[in-house]
Design a protein around this ligand. Structure first.
Ligand code: XIL
Length: 405
């Protein structure tokens, strides 16, 4: 029902876009403001959609690059610390917390009237060295790991209580799409921490981490966050989205306080594209479970080498096609989000290619150019597409999610 109404509203959007015209009035009503000069947060506010970015704490504090900070502040209405709230950042030495960098980001966000996504409480990656060493050498038993994780979640959620809108309580707990059958006990290479977590903590650990987070903060929205869940596959044993769906459905049925699912949205143009209805259908299936949804880490990267000569940098037609394919991927995720009023936020994982994690991470083959602005802060087709989509869509205010007790 809700979905059909959305489609009707979308048809109306096309009409509305025409009547909005190419210009809108400035605050004093005298000087026309070009649509592309309106900020993302202004354009998204009409839908009450939070538009966000991951923030690199070092770049944000770098006085030599004021454009980074001014863009974060002016363009976005929600932020996520890219690394500052990860366990290795918060507790580099066992028992000693380093809150200052994360506090600085969170407090700056609140001053700038931005909401904060807390990232991340339970994840097998970027764990402190003392913890991974202890797990590996057996000096930290399964029972101790469980107590340490409970303490970590309780301490961190309590510290930030009242300042966090959405918490990524569990991140990437499920195996990759190419691992069959999907499981929370597989992932990466043999002996990866993804497996170790599930094996040592027992199958009930996902329910526990949400309960621990809820006990420390009654009001934050609690999210399960993962990648490669933008679209359902064949529904079979290797369908990661189906596995995550079944998992979350079971957690909801068991009364676990989980409020939302975060779809990371790390896409690459080398793998082709989803269409908007594949993604919209997926969001609808999740929101029909009573969950809110959010895109939490969107970027759309491309191969950086020439298609016919992999020793040369991409140029000409290759670059043009990749630029457009990247913009199309942003368009598909954003439109799907706008079509579902339980989609609360759309966060990009960095907004400029200058500091993007992509070239550091996707090296073989090399990929890059996944952000809305290029490395010189010039707008890309993807930015123009996001602005146009926000402007062209009929107003569709988000439906707030009530935290589950
Ligand atoms: C990435 C950061 O962007 C990098 O700076 C860091 O070196 C590795 O982690 N999924 C997540 C994010 O949930 O936390 C990851 O962030 C990207 C993939």
């Amino acid at each position: 029902m809700r979905y059909r109404r959305m489609i009707a509203v979308c048809g109306f959007a096309v009409l509305m876009a025409g009547s909005l015209g190419m210009v809108s009035a400035s605050a004093n009503g005298t000087h026309p403001v070009k649509p592309q000069d309106q900020t993302l947060r202004t354009l998204a506010a009409r839908h009450n959609l939070a538009i966000g970015t991951a923030v690199d704490a070092a770049a944000f504090a770098d006085a030599a690059d004021p454009q980074y900070k001014s863009t974060v502040v002016s363009q976005f209405s929600t932020i996520t610390a890219e690394n500052a709230m990860k366990w290795e950042s918060l507790e580099p030495t066992r028992g000693t917390y380093n809150w200052a960098p994360a506090d600085a980001l969170v407090n700056a966000a609140l001053r700038n009237h931005q909401q904060v996504r807390g990232h991340v409480l339970t994840w097998h990656s970027q764990l402190p060295g003392w913890l991974t060493a202890g797990i590996n050498d057996g000096s930290i038993s399964g029972e101790q790991l469980r107590a340490l994780l409970k303490q970590h979640i309780t301490d961190v959620v309590s510290h930030f209580r009242g300042r966090i809108w959405q918490w990524d309580v569990a991140n990437e707990s499920v195996s990759d799409p190419w691992e069959t059958p999907s499981s929370i006990h597989l992932g990466g290479n043999a002996g990866s921490f993804k497996q170790l977590f599930a094996d040592r903590l027992g199958p009930g650990y996902l329910a526990d981490v949400f309960r621990w987070a809820r006990a420390a903060d009654a009001k934050a929205l609690l999210f399960y966050n993962d990648y490669n869940i933008e679209s359902f596959g064949d529904g079979g044993p290797g369908d990661k989205t189906q596995f995550v769906y079944n998992l979350l459905k079971q957690l909801r049925a068991d009364g676990v306080p989980i409020d939302g699912v975060g779809s990371q949205g790390h896409l690459s143009t080398q793998y082709g594209n989803y269409d908007v209805f594949q993604v919209a259908d997926t969001l609808k299936r999740f929101t029909d479970l009573g969950l809110a949804v959010a895109f939490t880490e969107v970027d759309a990267r491309s191969l950086t080498k020439n298609a016919s000569d992999p020793t040369a940098a991409a140029a000409g037609a290759d670059l043009n096609a990749r630029d457009q394919a990247s913009a199309y991927n942003y368009h598909v995720l954003l439109q799907a989000c706008l079509l579902n009023r339980h989609c609360l936020s759309f966060t990009v994982w960095g907004f400029t290619d200058k500091y993007s994690w992509i070239p550091n991470w996707f090296k073989n083959p090399p990929e890059g150019s996944g952000c809305l602005w290029d490395a010189g802060y010039n707008p890309k087709k993807s930015l123009r597409t996001v602005q146009g989509d926000l402007l062209a869509a009929a107003t569709a205010p988000r439906i707030p999610q009530t935290p589950r007790r």
